[in-house]
Design a protein around this ligand. Structure first.
Ligand SMILES: [Zn+2]
Length: 460
């Protein structure tokens, strides 16, 4: 073989080697660029038309107009022309210890004779991976579990190790002013202190499990001593805050909500619904930068199932858990007379609920409102119900841009993850949803899901 031939062979080998290395780089770089879409970044600022997002190592490396973003040569390109990108949605109020089915709240409709509470919990635990997935397929990449049994902390661990699961923030057992007699279990989801000292003790019991929030269930029933409640709940709030754990309070009456905020609550987990909010309340919430979670849909869910008039939205029909939905029709087969306490009647909603006007008053005052569903309650499905909630926020009068902010940026603040998720910005996790419709034209277009990405990985 002459020298010329040897050189040629060596040269070819070199070329093949270089090509092999290049191919390997292409395969292993893992950089994804989503380009051509309109970007709505969740901050409330203007959209970017024909944008590009560079995703690397699970995070957003760069984002901006396509002609200003440098695209690495070895990136996988996702052509998203004609589409819209929003941050991954976050439902700031759910309960994984509740299925959304008819057997899940024996304190409201007691069907334990037909399915025990323990059996319901077993079923819920078994179904957890599928429930997690309902969120991701619905474009929901983060959720806040606003209270449940101590098992909630285990559930958060399971979510963090499950590929098809949203990010999860949790509270442990609800520290309550009332203990429903029906939910007593070995690992109760509700605990009731009888004194300020007991309230502090119940907070401390959760602390070594590192709760993202402490949740208080402040309900008022006839004959309750409000001042005593204020003392007990204030002690719980004080104890949490002395350990730097934020407190979320269930308070649906204006007086209770005011007392909760005065005592230091960081988050109100339901709309005030008994009357219109006043200036004093608006100022309190605004000055203390309290996050205000809506939960407008949950009452509709109860009404729909208990009145046996099931009407689901399109996305609930498509993505909701069919086994949960199937339990709703089982109610019709049970004679009402055999149900202890009967089936509660949920009155028809007023033409315009006070919660709608309150939402608008708080939003226009600059309060951070947050989308949350209370999913897991009877009739409120894990996953797709967030889209129903957003539709009701629009019915109240909120602009689509603000609704998106409430279900992304503001909800991320409830999770305590505002530095990592909630907006599409450089350095944040690449949690996002690519849509086939413009959500600013109609909030219902958040249901037109093309692709969902969590931490830089596409779900499908
Ligand atoms: Zn709740």
């Amino acid at each position: 073989m002459n020298t010329w031939k040897i050189s040629l062979i060596l040269f070819c080998l070199l070329l093949t080697g270089a090509a092999f290395v290049a191919a390997q780089q292409r395969q292993t770089s893992g950089v994804i660029v989503i380009q051509g879409a309109t970007l709505i970044n969740g901050t409330g600022g203007p959209s970017i038309r024909n944008g590009a997002i560079v995703v690397d190592g699970g995070r957003i490396r760069d984002i901006g107009p396509r002609n200003e973003v440098r695209v690495p040569g070895n990136a996988q390109i996702v052509d998203a022309r004609g589409k819209w990108v929003i941050p991954g949605l976050i439902d700031a109020h759910v309960h994984f210890s509740q299925s959304g089915g008819i057997y899940t709240r024996p304190d409201i409709v007691d069907l334990r004779k037909w399915r025990s509470y323990e059996k319901e919990m077993e079923w819920i635990k078994q179904r957890l991976p599928y429930t997690f997935e309902r969120y991701l397929v619905s474009g929901v990449t983060g959720v806040v579990d606003c209270g449940g049994p101590m098992w909630n902390f285990e559930m958060r661990d399971i979510a963090s190790h499950t590929k098809k699961a949203p990010r999860v923030a949790v509270a442990g057992p609800l520290i309550a002013t009332y203990l429903p007699p029906t939910t007593l279990a070995s690992d109760p989801d509700i605990v009731k202190p009888d004194s300020p000292a007991q309230a502090r003790d119940l907070v401390r019991r959760q602390l070594d499990r590192k709760p993202d929030l402490i949740k208080l269930w402040w309900v008022r029933r006839q004959g309750d001593n409000f001042n005593e409640q204020v003392q007990i709940m204030s002690a719980a709030i004080d104890e949490s805050k002395s350990h730097s754990v934020r407190v979320a309070v269930h308070a649906t009456e204006l007086d209770t909500a005011k007392a909760a905020v005065r005592a230091g609550a960081d988050i109100l987990v339901h709309s005030v619904s008994d009357r219109l909010v006043d200036t004093e309340f608006i100022n309190l919430v605004k000055n203390r930068d309290v996050l205000y979670i809506t939960t407008l849909a949950v009452e509709d869910g109860y009404r729909m199932v208990l009145d046996r008039q099931v009407a689901l939205t399109d996305i609930e029909q498509k993505l909701g858990d069919t086994e949960v939905i199937a339990t709703w029709s089982e109610l019709a087969k049970i004679p009402a007379a055999e149900i202890p306490g009967g089936v509660p009647h949920i009155p028809a909603p007023p033409k315009r609920p006070a919660a709608y006007d309150n939402l608008m008053l708080l939003e226009s005052a600059g309060v951070r409102v947050v989308a949350g569903t209370d999913a897991g309650n009877i009739g409120t499905l894990h996953g797709p119900s967030l889209h129903h909630e957003m539709e009701l926020m629009a019915a109240a009068g909120l602009r689509p841009l603000d609704i998106i902010g409430s279900a992304t940026k503001n909800a991320a603040a409830v999770m305590g993850l505002q530095n990592d998720v909630g907006t599409l910005q450089k350095g944040k996790f690449a949690d996002l949803v690519i849509l086939d419709g413009d959500p600013l034209a109609d909030i219902k277009n958040t249901r037109k899901i093309f692709k969902v990405m969590k931490a830089g990985e596409f779900l499908q």
